[in-house]
Ligand binder design. Structure first.
Ligand code: EPU
Length: 427
């Protein structure tokens, strides 16, 4: 078991380059199965979820070649299997995208139930509602989600909740269905637009991605393509908050500032100075953060995937802040860890009431999920002294070369194994 050892209390400074977006990559990779020819995907983040998906594509029969660290060529021509086992899915949430992609490819899919971070119940009823509306029969057999359709026909689908996963999965299943599919109350996240752009670059006809109504006119074939994934909004936001939390001065490069608007707005409320450039954002903080309230919401609201990180910054703000979770039932499991470091936080249902303390203290803590892990790293960078973060495999699922990027910003962070031996980087 590896862990991060952080010697905190130093302001971050310099520049950091943001990788491709995890939550776009994890939908685009399964979507390659819809193509008739090879696809070259660029700007893939070097994270565990991407390696898991590339291995799953290989196991399905696709020919996967790694061109360089961030580019893969995938030829799905011989992907003859429609089964994604529990071992292949490895507890990933994104394995559910194989349902939509395989349905679109061969009208048949059998996929292990999706896992992912534990935020309470994570249903897929809206995905299933969409598949059924398109003409699919979905059953659970031997613990696997089994979906089969004689043919797929366009339909009008209203989502009862704004769901990223259901919006993406319905797009995947509908893109080669007969006729027009309309998704109403669709999610509007940047990765939804990226998936639509990717599919359109293969010859799909998708309109309205990024708005609440997406229209998909089915086409018979999708050809291979070359496509570069957008920068990761949440990785960028995490470094921006880390810069503010350590009283630093960091330029976050290779970003789309428009995707960061809600994060920028909240950081400004806390007293950070922000400069926006075409593809970069500079964050400076020279005083103790000011209190502010944050409510997470689907895009363009403040992203739930930034909630633990901003709460960590607010834990040392002057005054009391209220952070309300508007997407997930239970996304405050990290609070217990943060209180071990001296934070004063009361969770009341979907809100956390944070009374700012002057400083966090170093402590041994756990990454209870991916973004909770990012929050523990930020807390460790803020607290003067040695913080050890355990269970870091969650963090490896979503952050590329974290120790390298933070070290380049002046942080003292090491990845060590159980014997205390430093590990240069994630293989
Ligand atoms: N929901 C339903 N039924 C469904 C689907 C969702 O009730 O069929 C509910 C969920 O329980 C939740 C809400 O709708 O309360 C939103 O869930 P959504 O489907 O949007 O989430 P997801 O697709 O499972 C993705 C990201 C998450 C991110 C959420 C919200 C991926 C692989 N995961 O999950 O990212 O929190 O959207 O933006 O794209 C992360 O990266 O750390 C992460 C957890």
């Amino acid at each position: 078991m590896e862990k991060f050892v952080i010697n905190g209390g130093k302001p971050l400074s310099g520049s950091v380059r943001i990788s491709g977006a995890k939550n776009a990559a994890v939908a685009i990779l399964p979507a390659v199965l819809l193509a008739d020819g090879p696809c070259v995907i660029e700007n893939l983040p070097q994270i565990l979820d991407v390696s898991t998906l590339l291995s799953s594509l290989s196991a399905l029969g696709a020919d996967v070649k790694i061109i360089n660290k961030t580019t893969a060529r995938i030829d799905p021509a011989h992907a003859d299997s429609f089964i994604v086992t529990k071992e292949m899915a490895q507890g990933m949430r994104a394995s559910s995208y194989f349902l939509g992609a395989l349905l679109g490819r061969c009208k048949r899919a059998r996929v292990a139930p999706p896992g992912g971070c534990d935020f309470g119940v994570r249903p897929i009823d809206q995905h299933i509602k969409g598949f059924e509306a398109l003409g699919t029969r979905v059953t659970i057999e031997n613990g696997m989600v089994d979906a089969r359709a004689a043919s797929l026909s366009g339909a009008s689908i209203y989502l009862d909740v704004v769901s990223v996963g259901a919006t993406m999965n319905i797009m995947l299943a509908a893109v080669k269905a007969k006729g027009l599919t309309v998704i109403e109350n669709a999610a509007r996240e940047p990765h939804i637009v990226d998936l639509a752009n990717f599919l359109n670059s293969m010859g799909a006809n998708i309109m309205g991605a990024g708005t609440g109504v997406i229209k998909i006119r089915g086409v018979e074939h999708l050809h291979g393509t070359q496509y570069s994934i957008i920068p990761d909004q949440i990785e960028a936001g995490t470094y921006m908050v880390a810069a503010a939390a350590t009283g630093g001065d960091v330029t976050v490069e290779n970003v789309t500032p428009k995707h960061l608007e809600s994060i920028i707005a909240k950081l400004i409320e806390t007293g950070a100075q922000i400069e926006e450039f075409d593809e970069a954002v500079r964050v400076r903080m020279s005083s103790r953060p000011k209190r502010c309230n944050v409510k997470t919401m689907p895009h363009p609201g403040f992203p739930t995937d930034m909630q633990p990180q901003i709460a960590t910054l607010l834990s040392v703000a002057e005054g009391t802040s209220i952070v309300t979770e508007g997407v997930w039932d239970n996304r405050f499991r990290y609070v217990e860890q943060l209180t071990l470091m001296g934070a004063s936080i009361q969770v009341d249902g979907k809100s956390a009431i944070i009374t700012g303390v002057e400083k966090l203290k170093p402590a041994p803590v756990r990454a209870v999920d991916l973004r909770a892990g990012a929050a523990m790293i930020i807390a460790g960078l803020m607290a003067k002294g040695e913080t050890v973060v355990e269970e870091i495999s969650h963090i490896d699922r979503g952050y590329e070369l974290l120790t390298e990027k933070l070290s380049a910003l002046g942080a003292d962070i090491k990845r060590v194994n159980d014997y205390g031996t430093p590990q240069a980087k994630l293989a």
